[in-house]
Every structure is written in structure tokens, then in C-alpha cells.
Design a protein around this ligand. Structure first.
Ligand SMILES: *Cc1c(COP(=O)(O)O)cnc(C)c1O
Length: 341
């Protein structure tokens, strides 16, 4: 049985006494993936959260708090996973959920997921950043509707629990920490989480996708493109906090091309870990940093933010989905043949 993050980490979250809206999120696996020379590589499987992404960590806290404050609805702009998470937690808490997406730019399974949980999906002509501006305006005007994007401080507080879990699992701070960066909320939350616990800070590396890498370029971008739709963001709302995290830990922002993302996705999947492209970007970045000799010695944690089923069509670019048809009586022959290849 699990009571979710708010019960487990109440003392660290700074919440008022409230009734949690929870789906048993958190406590995700930290898998010892490999040892690369002097580096012990750990992967945290955030796709194991109730809606399939890390967004649930922040959402349980944001929705619980919004409900406690008397809100009757939540609203968010989303590249997909925030929408699915907001929809699920709103449903659980008996609130209405409005999700606003950039038209045509969200992976279909995430739309289906949000809709299945009962959210109302609205699309605007424009990109994620314009959608975020639009929903911020609505939430600022009306007090019955709560904004649950990562600019909501309770979202970030909830996401700090990822750092708490790593510290609790390893018993100390890792030497290096790698995660994908889109709107830059998560890297900021981990930084604050590590800092709040006072057990040391890892060197933090934020990985973006080439074509959508404003933090690497050092300026906002109007036009962004990458296969990794969850991090297709040109104006990260928490850019200032993310820069602080990287500067304070002598880390780096780096970007990886789509081809490396797909390659990383495939390598992870063949090792039993199926993630969506944004998460694969972190692994591609991890490998790049290793090859450059840029990783510190010791424990390195990579955050795999979302489940591979979230964006199955992209995996279909390399995973063969057409089965080979064989007559039933020659099945053994076919299998023996394939074994030797
Ligand atoms: C939201 C998301 C990210 C990016 O997180 P930010 O807090 O926006 O930087 C990365 N991967 C996945 C799967 C996501 O859903």
C-alpha cells in the first residue's frame, strides 16, 4: 500500500494540513543500469508514476492545494503530459480540468489519455509558449480556476520529492545528475530538493533537443522543432532557476540531435526500459557527457521522465510493428532460423 508523496514527505513540502488528492505517485524505481569505468549509472523510471510521467509528483501537490483553497477547476497549457496528469488528479479530486494545447503538436496517446480522464481539451493556433500565456491570463483573472503548470510553486515543491527519493535510496547525493529540460521546472525542482535536504549537491546537466535548445543557445527561440514533443519549448518559464541550478553546481546545458534521441530510445528499450523521446534525450546526453569525459566519478543519476507508450508512433520509426507471417506448422523452423541470425 502506498499513500503517495504528500503523506510520505509532508514535513518537507511545507503544505498546510489538507486532505491529499493522491493516486499513490512517487517511489519510482532507481535502477542500477551499468558501470561505465569510474561511473555508476542509475536510471530513475519516472514513467512508472500513475499517469506515466513525473508530472504526477507536482500535480498531487498542486491539485490538493487548489482544492484546499476552494478552486472548482484547474487549467494548464501542455505538450501532453501535464494535461494527462492534471486531468487524472482533477478527476480524482472532483475538480474540472481544462487543458490547452498547441494545435497538432501533442502526441495522440497523451490526448486520448487526458480526454479519457475527463478533461476538456482546447487547442490554440500557436506554440506551447503562447498556450501558456493564454492560460496564465485566465487563471489571473478568475480565482475559482487554478493554474497547474510548473510556474505554480506547489508543482515545483511536489517535484522536489524526486530528489528526496534519490537521497533516500542512495543514502547520499549522487556526483552527477542528468535530466531532459523543456520548460525547466523539473531541473529547478530537483535543485531545490537537493538543497533543502542539505546532503550535498550533484553536478547538474540539463539536456535539450537540438532545434529546441534555448538554454544552450542562451536566448529564447520563436520557432522550435524536435521529435521530442514534451520538450519542444522555446521560452522556458523557469529558465532563470534552471540557470542558477547549473551554475551553482558547475554543470552544463547541452543538446542532442533527434537521431541520437531515437538511437538512445532504442538502446534503452532493448535493455527493458521503454521511454518517450524526451526521456531518451537525457540518456543520449548522458552518453555524450561520458564520451567527452565530462561526468564526475561516482554515482550518476539519469531521470527518465516519461513512459514509452506515451508517444508510441515515434518508437514506430525504428521498432518493427509488422509481424512476420508464418504458417503454424513451420513455426519452429522459422524460430530456429531467426535464432541463428
Ligand atoms: C514535462 C516533461 C519534460 C520537461 O520537464 P520541464 O519541467 O518542462 O523541463 C521532460 N520529459 C517529459 C516526458 C515531460 O513530460
Amino acid at each position: 500500500m502506498t499513500n503517495g508523496l504528500i503523506t510520505r514527505y509532508h514535513n518537507w513540502l511545507g503544505l498546510p494540513a489538507l486532505t491529499p488528492v493522491t493516486l499513490g505517485e512517487g517511489a519510482t524505481p532507481l535502477v542500477h543500469w551499468a558501470d561505465w569505468d569510474t561511473h555508476r549509472i542509475w536510471l530513475k523510471l519516472e514513467g512508472c508514476n500513475p499517469t506515466g510521467s513525473f508530472k504526477d509528483r507536482g500535480m498531487t501537490v498542486a491539485v490538493s492545494h487548489a482544492k484546499h483553497e476552494g478552486a472548482s477547476a484547474v487549467i494548464c497549457a501542455s505538450t501532453g503530459n501535464t494535461a494527462a496528469s492534471a486531468a487524472a488528479y482533477a478527476g480524482r479530486g472532483g475538480l474540472k480540468a481544462f487543458v490547452v494545447i498547441p494545435n497538432g503538436q501533442v502526441a495522440l496517446p497523451k490526448m486520448i489519455q487526458a480526454s479519457a480522464y475527463g478533461a476538456i481539451i482546447l487547442a490554440i493556433e500557436g506554440n506551447f509558449d503562447q498556450a501558456l500565456t493564454a492560460v496564465r491570463n485566465v487563471a489571473e483573472t478568475e480565482d475559482w480556476i487554478a493554474l497547474v503548470n510548473s510556474v505554480n510553486p506547489w508543482r515545483l515543491r511536489g517535484q522536489e520529492t524526486g530528489a528526496y527519493e534519490i537521497l533516500d535510496d542512495l543514502g547520499h547525493a549522487p556526483a552527477g545528475f542528468v535530466l531532459p529540460v523543456g520548460n525547466a521546472g523539473n531541473i529547478s525542482a530537483y535543485f531545490h530538493g537537493f538543497r533543502r535536504r542539505g546532503q550535498g549537491l550533484p553536478q547538474m546537466f540539463g539536456i535539450q533537443a537540438q532545434g529546441s535548445d534555448p538554454l544552450v543557445q542562451g536566448h529564447d527561440m520563436d520557432d522550435v522543432s524536435t521529435i521530442a514533443s514534451a520538450i519542444r519549448i522555446g521560452k522556458p518559464a523557469s529558465a532563470h532557476l534552471a540557470r542558477e541550478a547549473v551554475a551553482a553546481t558547475r554543470g552544463q546545458f547541452r543538446s542532442v540531435p533527434d537521431a541520437d534521441i531515437l538511437h538512445a530510445q532504442r538502446e534503452l528499450a532493448h535493455g527493458g526500459v521503454f521511454v518517450e523521446p524526451a526521456s531518451a534525450a537525457a540518456y543520449a546526453g548522458l552518453k555524450m557527457l561520458y564520451q567527452e569525459g565530462r561526468l564526475p566519478d561516482g554515482d550518476i543519476v539519469g531521470i527518465l521522465t516519461g513512459n514509452g507508450l506515451k508517444d508510441s508512433t515515434t518508437a514506430g520509426l525504428w521498432a518493427k510493428v509488422e509481424p512476420q507471417v508464418v504458417p503454424g506448422e513451420s513455426l519452429l523452423d522459422a524460430i530456429s532460423d531467426l535464432m541463428t541470425h
